[in-house]
Design a protein around this ligand. Sequence first.
Ligand code: BGC
Length: 732
Amino acid sequence: MMRHTRVRLLIAIAVVATALGAGLAGHGAQRAAAAGCPWMDKHKSANVRAHELVKAMTLDQKIAELYGRGDFTHYGAANDIPAVPELCIPELVFNDAGAGVADGQQFTTAFPDGIAQAASWDRVMQHRVGAAIGWEAWHKGIDVQLAPGVDIARNPLNGRNFEYAGEDPYLSGQTGVAQIKGIQSQHVAATVKHYALNDQELDRMTDSSDANERTMQEIHLPAYEAAVKQGHVGSVMCAYNRINGVYACQNRYLLRHVLDKQFGFKGWVMSDWGGTHSTVKAANNGLDQEQDIGSGKYFSDPLKTAVQQHKVSVKTLNQMVLRVMRPLFRIGVFDNPPPTQPDASKADVNTPQEKDIALDAAEGGSVLLKNSQGALPIQGTGKSIAVIGNPASPTGAQNYYQGGGSSKVPIAGPNASVIDPLQGITSRAQADGDTVTYSDGSSTADAAAAAAAADVAIVVAGDNSSEGVDRESLSMSNRTCTLFGCTPSSGATPDELIAAVAAANPNTIVVLQTGYPVTMPWLGSVKSVLETWYPGEQEGNAIAALLFGDVNPSGKLPYTFPKKLSDSPIHSKKQYPGVTRQGGVPHSIYSEHMLVGYRWYDAKHITPLFPFGFGLSYTTFSYSHMHVHGTTKHATVTFRVTNTGARTGAEVPQLYVIDPAAAHEPPKQLKGYTKVLLNAGQSTTVTLHLNKRSFAYWNVKKQGWRVAPGCYGIRVGGSSAKLPLHGRVCRT
Ligand code: BGC
C-alpha cells in the first residue's frame, strides 16, 4: 500500500497550521507599519520595501546586518543577527541544513539526507520534505535554513557527497529547486550551497578547484542557475575552497559575472563559516555577508572603516544590505517572522505528521539494485529471519541514519528516536508470524551460524561518513567519523561480513547505508541489494516496508556506481587530492572536464557496476509509442509507460539528449524526467518538454549558450543504460 494520499493530507494540515501562525504575526507587522516602518506595508513590492528600509538605515545599522554574531545564546543555531525593533527588522537566526533542523536543536525530525532525497527523482516528494523542514525551522524560531546542497558529485571520495544531489547538473538543479520552493513556502529563506566546485573535504579551507570555463558552465554551475532562476532562492553560500586560485567568497567571476550578471541573482551571498578572507576585496567582488563562528572579523568594524575610507563605496554597501533585505521581504520573513527565542527552541516539532513525511521520503529514495529469483519482497509466513550487522542495532543505527557534521539532526526529545532496522524488521516480521534473530556481526563465525540457521539472512551494512573527512577508498570501511576525524573499529569489514553470511545462506539480502557509491565484491553471491543511503530517523520502518513489499521500491541512482575507483573519472592524483603549487596552495585539476559521472563511463566505454538512473521495482515497466514534435527551439516528447507486472509501482522515465558531433559534448545528457505511479497493467502517456537550453552548449568565444547545427538524438527509458525509445530533434 502506498502512503501518498495520507501524506498529502498531513502536509495540507501542516501548511494550514503555519498559515494561521503566520496570519497572527502579520498583525504585528501592520502595527509596526503604523508605528513608523513604512516598508512594512505589504502592498508595496519587496524591492520597493527593501529600498525604503535601506534608505532609512544608519551606517552602523547597515554594517550590523552584514555579519553573524557567533552568539550561541540561542539554543541550536549556526549563527544569528540581532533584531532591530526600531527598523522592524526581525532577528535573523541561521540553521543547518537539508535533512532537518540541526545545530543541536532538540525535538526536530531527522529526514533522509540530500542524496536519498535526490534518489527519489520525485519533485513532489522533495518539495514536501523541504516544506516540512521549513515548517519545523519556522516553529523553532529560524528564518534562514542553510540548505540545499547542490554541488556536483565529481569525486566519489568526497565525504560530503551525502549532502548533495548526485552527479548530474539537471537532476541536482531540479532537486534543489523543489527543496528550495518547499522551504521558502514556509517563510524561511533557503540557502543554496556551497558555491561552487566544493568537491572535497581534504584541504577544504585551502584547496583550489581548477576547471575551465566550459566545464564550470556546463557541469558545475547549472544547478545554482536553476536554484536562482527557477527556485528563486533567497541566499547563496559561497564555498571554502578556491576556484582557479581565487577564494570562492571573493571570486569576481563567480559572484559578479556569473551569479549577478548571468543568472540575475537578486538575493544575498553569505560566506561559509570562516570562508571570508578579506574586507575590501570580498565586498567589492560580491560577498554580502560574512559568517563565522567568531564575530565578523572582516565585515564588522573593518567594513565600516573601509566604507569611511571610500575603499568600499556607499553604493556597494547599500547594495549589500539591499540584497539581504529584498529576499527577506519577498519570502515573507518580515511579515511572518517566526516565534522568538528562547521559547521557540522549546517547541516540539517532531510530530507524527513530520515522522510520516520522513518515512515516505526514506521509502521513495531507496534504490533496489539487485533482486534475483524474486527474493524480495519477503513473502509467506512462519519464516526465520536472521538480521545481521551493527548498523541494524539501536546503537549502530545512530551512526547511519544520517551523515555527520553540521547537517546531522540530533535525536533528542520526548518523541525522538531512530527506528533502527532491527526494530522495524522485527515488528513487521511479527505480523507475518516470522521469527527474527540478531547477530551484530562482530564475529563472522557467529554471523554465519545465525545466517545458516535462518530461512533468510538480512545484512545491514553501512559506510559512515561526515563533513570534514573524505573517504579513503570505494570500499565500505569500519570507521565512524565526525567533523573532527574518524575512529576505526576492529573486526571484520562490512565486505567480509557479507561474504561470510552469503556463504552460509543462499538467501542473503543486503541493505546498504552509504552516502555515495561503494564497491560490492560479494555481489554475485547475494540475492538482493537495497541501497537506502542515510535514510533518517524512520529508517527501520522504511526498510521493513520495502523488504516486505508494503511499499514498492522506486528510487533511481543519482550516481554511477563504478566497479573500481580506477574506472571512475577521478583516477589521478592531480585530480584528487591535487597537487601543491605556488605558495603551498593545493590545486585539484578538473582534467576530466565535462566527463563527470555517466558522461565519463559513456565516453570511455566503461561498464559500471550500476549505471546512473538505474533502480529496480517489484513490478516491470515497458516504454512505447514515442512521438517527438518541434525543433531545438522547443520540442515535445510524448511516450507511453505501462506497468507490465502484477503490482502497483512508480517509474522514473528519463530523457537523454545526444548532441551532434560538432557540438563536442559528452555522449548523452539528462534533460528531462518525471515520476509516475501506475497500477498493475495501467498505462499513462508522459509528455516532457525540451527548450533551447536542452540542446545548447556553452560557447566560450561568444560567452553564451549556442545550439550547434544538426540533429539531436532523443533517448527515453528507465535507466541511463536502458533507453529503448529513440527519436530526434533538428535545428531548423
Ligand atoms: C559548513 C556549512 C554549514 C556551516 C554552518 C560549515 O562548516 O561547511 O555547510 O552551513 O558550517 O554550520
